[in-house]
Write a protein that binds this ligand. Sequence first.
Ligand SMILES: Cc1cc2nc3c(=O)[nH]c(=O)nc-3n(C[C@H](O)[C@H](O)[C@H](O)COP(=O)(O)O)c2cc1C
Length: 210
Amino acid sequence: MELINALNWRYATKKMSGEKVADEKVQQIVDAAHLAPSSSGLQPFEVIVVSNEELKQKIQPIAYGQSQIVDGSHLLIFASWDKYTDERIDAIFDHMNTERGLPLDNTDDYKAGLKAQLFSMTEEQQAAHTGKQSYIAFGTAVAAAAMLQVDATPMEGFVNDQLDELLGLKAKGLKSQTILTLGYRATDGDWLQGMKKVRQPKDKFVTELK
Ligand SMILES: Cc1cc2nc3c(=O)[nH]c(=O)nc-3n(C[C@H](O)[C@H](O)[C@H](O)COP(=O)(O)O)c2cc1C
């Protein structure tokens, strides 16, 4: 399936069938998120994959009772760093240089400039910046699921603090941003299924400067 066909096929599924998505497909969707670009390659977020039924049941009320939380087989929870730290940034660059067989001080000048820029932000601004990076991977995962004909519901409809508390994210310096439920559309009971996909007129969306 070509990307545009896949994006037309997908919709924000409101009712899942309960059928399990194969682990291999879940891994491919996670891999796509993992390969998403991020500012300076910092990847300042993590993905938590939840398939445990009891845990999904605990998450459902936090997500305003949305049924896809329990009827989907997996939840991908995108959680971003609460702030930037020297340790976090150094670890990313050390890893990058080691993987590329380069000396650890290879990126010192760039890193110093980057840190000056990031640490000039308030912690709130830093958290907003890391959150934005997580959305790029989230969107990539949405597209990857569609390519695999796995249904998905992108979600912001949950109480972030309560989810962070349940999953112990605060202690890890993480803040939940989004949930992507993975599963297969139910044959009935989904009000959105079969409805026309509606987007704003293209001429309002795109400006071409030639
Ligand atoms: C960041 C984000 C948060 C969303 N939150 C929810 C949600 O909590 N529950 C839900 O059913 N749909 C949610 N949606 C789905 C949107 O309503 C949906 O993507 C949009 O109406 C376009 O429809 P389509 O995805 O079916 O093409 C969310 C989508 C995005 C991108």
